[in-house]
Design a binder for this molecule. Structure first.
Ligand code: SF4
Ligand code: SF4
Length: 240
């Protein structure tokens, strides 16, 4: 097994002061289990302090390090050098920002703007259903929870929205749509009509072309397209 790889990162840069955009190659030696966030850090430490990128938890739980590598949106903190070489079959990696909002600098996008669509669907219980078991916490039958619990793993990394062929103009995008679907499947949510009005509106599920690209790229392995298909078929309510 190879311990060190000679890799090249071909990174799309952007300077907001000059509004200049360019592509810059960085050639470096990288250990096989270095993550791409570590590679970015190595570039900052050894080659170029000015390269701007984003990360926070670096445990695949916050989504802030999402970038496109050789066209595929992914979490840079999850991608090991040896896995990248094996998956893409090359040591040359084209790295770009995800395409869900304007670029702020280099690999950093305006995440606040991207979140506007998620905020629009109100990713929380709008109106709580009265708890039938008021003395205790709200109990949800395991079979009912199983129908939507996978979707609750979403970290809003916007990888799905980046590849979505319909994520343009007014479409709310796969992650925002799914966040609303989850609350529609949640027995604790009372405001079903308000949710359905937006979900089945011009901005909603019928903009989806069922390409399933969202499910293919999701780093949390959520079958996003499955949830959207459930909403399209009107099959969100549990029969438990
Ligand atoms: S559904 Fe998956 S790809 Fe989309 S934002 Fe959530 S975690 Fe990211
Ligand atoms: S299945 Fe629908 S939401 Fe998912 S990427 Fe394709 S068009 Fe977008």
């Amino acid at each position: 097994m190879k311990e060190i790889y000679n890799i090249t990162l071909r990174i799309k840069r952007y300077d907001p002061d000059t509004r200049k955009s360019w592509v810059q190659n960085y050639e470096l030696e990288a250990g096989r289990i270095l993550r791409f966030t570590d590679v970015f850090r190595k570039i900052n430490n050894e080659l170029d302090q000015t390269l701007a990128w984003n990360s926070s938890c670096e445990h695949a739980q916050c989504g802030t390090c999402a970038v496109k590598v050789n066209g595929k949106p992914l979490l840079a903190c999850e991608l090991l050098v040896e896995n990248a070489v094996a998956y893409f079959g090359t040591t040359l990696f084209k790295v770009e920002p995800i395409t869900i909002a304007p670029v702020v600098r280099d690999l950093i996008v305006d995440i606040e703007q991207a979140y506007q669509k998620v905020e629009k669907i109100k990713p929380y219980i709008i109106e709580p259903m009265q708890n039938p078991n008021a003395a205790n916490e709200y109990l949800i039958a395991p079979r009912e929870l199983e129908r939507y619990v996978d979707a609750t793993r979403c970290i809003n990394c916007f990888c799905c929205a980046t590849v979505c062929i319909s994520s343009h103009k007014s479409f709310l995008g796969p992650n925002a749509i799914m966040a609303s679907i989850v609350r529609l499947m949640d027995p604790r949510e009372k405001a079903k009509k308000e949710r359905e009005a937006l979900l089945y509106s011009e901005e909603g599920v019928y903009r989806c072309h069922t390409s399933k690209a969202c499910s293919f790229v999701c780093p949390k392995e959520i079958d996003v397209a499955h949830f959207i298909a459930l909403a399209k078929s009107g099959d969100l309510q549990s029969d438990v």
